[in-house]
Design a protein around this ligand. Structure first.
Ligand code: KIV
Ligand code: ZN
Length: 535
């Protein structure tokens, strides 16, 4: 049985002959909040803004920009997103504490559609061991907090944290009371990814049957992926009448992550015959959003990831290839074009001029200032000298690198490495800081290790390479290598990125990029403060 959440419906051409009225499922993206809680995924304000703009292009209904009370950095990021983003509702997370609610409101003040998202744990295990609070106190706190938040904004969402492990009768009581207090959305989180599709949809059915005022709110779901069931659980809940799904790009999030936006949206689209619902997502923006998030968080997308993985549309078996050539739908249930997977296209050669380059960038959706264009053009020329064919993907990496450039406290001016099967790997590095040139040399396990050690000696900052990924941007032996490195210094982790046709140079520059980010953050923290707890 399908319950309707009493939310707006959309009139959509279903591809069949007649127009159908479909229930609209709201997409609440939490990449910038729960997604950013993935270890090592922290984003700067500029990076959050870039992702937020892209999420608006993607067509999400709400985007959760952060947890303002958790740190000054998060507060400023939510504030910046709230001020700029106009095409989607902007949410800020808050505990059921007056200071959190106040902080969320101050961060969201300039948003055109602000939403305060309150959470408080309700399960027995959380009540006893985490909060040390009885049921009555939980209900009282939840109700008071919703009322307080409603004094600030019209749109309040409440999440009974660990709802999936909460006694059903108590969950129904909390949901009823927060709706009566003014919550317009009640989110049911499977905080620890413990539920199963059938069980989770039964929770939604139970609430429909046992919460008399449920029709006054949208029921949302928020599933974690600890058992790999986040998407299945969310879809089960949609079938049972949930009107909003909380999810993240590439399934990022705490521990094993959240339900992946692209999988939810494409499941609902490809199997619209089964689900009978629609979303407002422009699916052609999915691939671009996925790449951007992966690039900025430094968290790679696994090759065989559904929808956005490199292999998602690759056919290896001869029988499959033959089938697809005869009729694409024999082995493809959706077209790469539906999710915006670009085809590698040759861009320009080394003889191409500024005008053609500017037109190319425009076509790719970039709008750069004259100075930025000049810089990008110089980089393109240098690359075209080294690489015979320059593709869209190469240009994307060059321009993205430039847009995200962090102020270079240390600049690499010289790198020489000696390595081989019978040689001790050695590196000599020269860095520039202001007007000063500094140099040092070191041995290491390999040329990258040797160069990083030399950088540590020069900068006096001892970094540890926590993770390292090298990706060939396109095919070919002369491909641009893009390196993403997570560097840990004194307990803080930063992501460094760089690209070059020389992978040793790309590796060393990525490491230095991480060191520069950290040095920048430390100086910002000294003059204002960053850091703090997360949800
Ligand atoms: O997983 C969870 O319970 C959360 C809440 C804050 C919604 O992220
Ligand atoms: Zn969560």
């Amino acid at each position: 049985m399908i319950f309707f959440a009493g939310w707006s419906s959309v009139l959509e051409s279903s591809g069949e002959k007649s127009l159908k009225t479909k229930r609209k499922i709201l997409i609440f993206d939490t990449t910038l909040r729960d997604g950013e809680q993935s270890p090592g995924a922290s984003l700067t304000i500029r990076e959050k803004l870039r992702i937020a703009r892209q999420l608006v292009r993607l067509g999400v209904d709400f985007l959760e920009a952060g947890f303002p009370a958790s740190s000054e950095g998060d507060f400023q990021a939510v504030k910046a997103v709230a001020r700029e983003v106009k095409g989607a509702g902007v949410a800020g997370l808050a505990r059921c504490l007056p200071k959190d609610i106040d902080s969320a409101f101050r961060a969201l003040e300039k948003a055109s559609r602000p939403r305060i998202h309150l959470f408080l744990a309700t399960s027995k295990i959380h009540r006893e061991f985490k909060l040390g609070k009885a049921k009555e106190e939980i209900v009282r706190l939840a109700v008071e907090s919703v009322k307080l938040a409603r004094r600030y904004v019209d749109d309040v969402e409440f999440s009974p944290e660990d709802a999936a492990r909460t006694e059903l009768s108590f969950l129904a009581e909390v949901v009823r009371e927060v709706i009566a207090a003014g919550a317009g959305t009640v989110n049911i989180p499977d905080t620890v990814g413990y539920s199963t599709p059938e069980e989770f949809s039964e929770i939604i059915h139970y609430l429909h049957k046992n919460v008399p005022n449920l029709g006054r709110a949208v029921i949302s779901v928020h599933c974690h992926n600890d058992l790999g069931l986040a998407v299945a659980n969310s879809l089960g809940a949609v079938k049972a009448g949930a009107g909003q799904v909380e999810c993240t790009i590439n399934g990022l999030g705490e521990r094993a992550g959240n339900a992946s936006l692209e999988e939810i949206v494409m499941a609902l689209k490809v199997r619209k015959d089964y689900w009978g619902v629609a979303t407002g997502i422009d699916t052609r923006q999915i691939y671009k959003t996925s790449r951007l998030v992966s690039h900025l968080t430094g968290i790679a997308v696994q090759r065989n990831k559904a929808i956005v993985g490199e292999n998602a549309f690759a056919h290896e078996a001869g029988i499959h290839q033959d089938g697809v050539l005869k009729e694409r739908t024999t082995y493809e249930i959706m077209s790469p074009r539906d999710v915006g997977v670009p085809r590698s296209r040759l861009v320009l050669g080394k003889h191409s001029g500024r005008h053609a380059f500017r037109e190319k960038l425009k076509g790719m959706g970039y709008s750069l200032s004259d100075a930025e264009l000049e810089d990008a053009f110089e980089k393109f020329k240098r690359l075209a000298d080294k690489k015979k064919q320059v593709f869209d993907e190469d240009i994307e990496v060059l321009v993205d690198e430039q847009i995200q450039a962090v102020p270079e406290i240390f600049t690499l001016v010289y790198l020489n490495v000696t390595t081989g099967t019978t040689t001790i790997p050695t590196a000599t590095v020269k860095l520039k800081k202001g007007e000063k040139i500094m140099q040092d040399a070191s041995c290491g396990d390999g040329p990258v290790d040797a160069a990083c050690r030399a950088i540590d000696r020069i900068t006096g900052i001892k970094g540890e390479l926590r993770s390292y990924e090298l990706r060939a941007v396109t095919a070919g032996k002369d491909a641009l290598g893009e390196v993403t490195a997570q560097v840990r210094v004194a307990g803080r982790v930063v992501t460094g990125r760089a690209s070059s046709t020389d992978i040793i140079e790309a590796s060393v520059k990525a490491y230095l990029n991480g060191i520069n980010r950290l040095a920048g953050r430390l100086s910002r923290a000294r003059s204002g403060g960053e850091g703090g707890a997360k949800a």
